[in-house]
Design a protein around this ligand. Structure first.
Ligand code: CMP
Length: 136
């Protein structure tokens, strides 16, 4: 069954001018891009998106980073989209990500890791609704 996930190209990747490379990979991996937009989050919007991490020591730094420049947010659709996108991204920490994954190729650190993806169907629904409330 087809499934949707939320993907974000983070400010580090936008600044490196690799939006095109990441979108090429998304299309090569047979995802359909259902929605896409470029945004520059406020600190408050970044805090809202990552509210699940509000008690983590990296919350302030993460939300500073995520509001430090433009991002690209997308709804991706294919069979098994959530797990497949996570496989294409690789481990959160680029140092631990498998060769060939986006984070291995383009991530800089555990925080500046180029891309984001939803981690479960419930999270995907919540995250898609956060950025694309009219598409539900
Ligand atoms: P993401 O997949 O967007 O989900 C939460 C984000 O928090 C993660 O990618 C990283 O950008 C960041 N993150 C996770 N763990 C750490 C950590 N230990 N230190 C700093 N940032 C982290």
């Amino acid at each position: 069954m087809k499934e949707k996930t939320l993907a974000i190209i983070k400010p580090d990747a936008v600044k490196k001018r690799i939006i095109g490379k990441i979108i090429s990979r998304i299309e090569e991996e047979d995802f359909e891009i259902r929605e896409m937009k470029m945004l520059w989050l406020t600190k408050e919007e970044a805090k809202g998106f990552y509210v699940v991490h509000k008690d983590k020591p990296f919350y302030d730094s993460l939300t500073d980073f995520m509001s430090s420049g433009r991002i690209v947010v997308m709804i991706l659709e294919r069979e098994n989209a959530i797990a497949h996108w996570r496989k294409v991204m690789g481990a959160t920490d680029p140092a631990l990500a498998e060769p060939g994954t986006l984070r291995h190729s383009y991530g800089f650190s555990i925080e500046r890791n180029a891309v984001h993806g939803s981690d479960s169907p419930q999270t995907a629904e919540w995250e898609i609704n956060y950025f694309f409330p009219k598409t539900q």
